[in-house]
Design a protein around this ligand. Structure first.
Ligand code: SF4
Ligand code: SF4
Length: 444
């Protein structure tokens, strides 16, 4: 188990302070290797240092002061998807995601990055994502690009072929952005249909709110159909998941404190989220703030209320007045729902309750599609390899619709379907439920 340039000489600067995991968490790993066949990067590359066991070895060696933070060390830790499939496979309960996120925070503290990368990271993580106003502003050029018909023109002109492959892929992934007027459907309080049985808070997310407003609208409508008064606090902010996955821990903590305060004031029974990556992170606010006595208990109480939309609907008596959707549906498990939150059966059970839906098996349904937050931007080659693997399984399952509960997976698999010229719709499960309720109303 060696990696020459990562395993360098002695150092006196071990991973420590706020970024040091409890050392026992390394000792949980008994080096059995049972996680290796489930790790997408190990499956693709066959390199020990691109496996969970190898990466744990590297992080522990760094913490012990036995190796330096070399380029290679950074490369292996950032080639990890943070998909947490290794946690599901591990018989020893290793909290891999928690450890790698702390290691990345350490990297961002000590590893020099080119000025332009540092400035771009600061702009995105510290200015744009935490500000709903700036985020909406950042999407304006894209709305104009689509709204003025430039996207169609440029795509037809072949001009895109002169762009680098990475930029071409990003352009191709851009979904049709929802109309701004959709956001008006999201009032601060949406009343329950019929008797109010629950008062729930809806986390609207940042990317979800800009790119997939229709999913938030569908979520609110489905909750209202099921006796929920839906509260959408205007002061909520980005959950901080992208920050934690990319080593920006201090900012993530500030965002968490803000959200805790906002949802405490909302006085809700449950906090509902429809994005798997955000949900897994919101459920770990207690861990994020474990070193902060002033916030830890409140963070744990907040996290205890967080439910993925499918998890919540599976726990309450469901309104069964649905119209039919006659389609073969394949369900792709978003990593942070299956591995991060252990929510696997609930979305499938909900889909099976829609009349007309035939749920078809999808091989490796809980393998990462290569989206993984901003991984498809930072690691395009591995991302596309994993997308190709996912698309081959989707092709074999031959569905009309792929359903998945995470915005990154939606973008990635839609791109895969478009690139492979597959006539497959890719939607969030809650959109299908909403469609079924609307169909019942229209008497379809
Ligand atoms: S998080 Fe995913 S990519 Fe990273 S080591 Fe674990 S299984 Fe492999
Ligand atoms: S992380 Fe878990 S499964 Fe993987 S080698 Fe360590 S103990 Fe074994």
């Amino acid at each position: 188990m060696t990696d020459e340039s990562a395993t360098v000489s002695q150092t006196s600067s071990p991973l420590r302070g706020a970024n040091a995991p409890h050392y026992e968490r390394f000792l949980d790993c008994i080096h059995c290797g049972l996680c290796l066949p489930f790790c997408p990067t190990y499956a693709e590359l066959g390199v020990e240092m691109d496996s969970p066991r190898g990466r744990l070895y590297l992080m522990r060696a760094y913490t012990d002061g036995r190796i330096e933070m070399t380029e290679n060390y950074v490369k292996h830790l950032y080639l990890c998807l943070d998909c947490r499939a290794c946690e599901t496979a591990c018989p020893s309960g290793v909290r891999y995601g928690h450890i790698v996120e702390l290691a990345r925070a350490e990297i961002e503290r000590h590893h020099p990055r080119p000025d332009r990368v540092r400035r771009l990271r600061d702009l995105v993580f510290k200015r744009v994502l935490p500000s709903a106003r700036l985020l909406a502003f950042a999407f304006w050029p894209l709305r104009l690009y689509q709204g003025l018909g430039l996207q169609t023109l440029i795509r037809q002109s072949g001009l895109l072929q002169s762009l680098p492959a990475g930029l071409r892929e990003m352009e191709a992934m851009l979904p049709r952005l929802p109309r701004r007027s959709l956001k008006r459907a999201l009032k601060p309080v949406i009343p329950a249909k019929g008797t109010r049985r629950y008062r729930v808070g809806l986390v609207t997310g940042c990317i979800m709110n800009e790119m997939f407003t229709q999913i938030n609208v569908a979520t609110a409508r489905v909750l209202a159909e099921n006796g929920c008064e839906v509260v959408i606090p205007a002061a909520q902010t980005c959950c901080g998941a992208l920050h934690v996955h990319n080593g920006e821990r201090a900012m993530a903590e500030a965002l968490a404190r803000k959200n805790i305060e906002v949802f405490e004031q909302a006085g809700v029974d449950a906090i509902i989220i429809n994005s798997a990556g955000c949900g897994a992170h919101l459920k770990e606010y207690g861990d994020l703030l474990e070193h902060d006595p002033a916030s830890h208990e409140r963070a744990a109480a907040f996290s205890a209320k967080v439910k993925d939309i499918s998890e919540f609907l599976a726990e309450i008596p469901l309104n069964e007045l649905m119209g039919p959707i006659n389609a073969r549906v394949a369900y792709h498990d978003a990593c942070h729902l299956a591995h991060g939150q252990r929510v696997r059966e609930q979305p499938r059970a909900l889909l099976r309750r829609i009349p007309g839906v035939t749920l078809v098996d999808l091989a490796e349904s809980d393998w990462c599609c290569g989206s993984a937050g901003i991984y498809n931007i930072t690691q395009p080659e591995m991302s596309m390899r994993l997308l190709a693997r996912k698309m081959s399984h989707i092709t074999a399952a031959d569905p009309d619709i792929v359903a998945t509960g995470n915005p990154g997976c939606l973008l990635q698999i839609r791109y895969g379907a478009m690139r492979d010229k597959k006539r497959i719709e890719v939607v969030h499960p809650v959109e299908l439920l909403d469609r079924a309720y609307q169909a019942a109303k229209k008497g379809v």
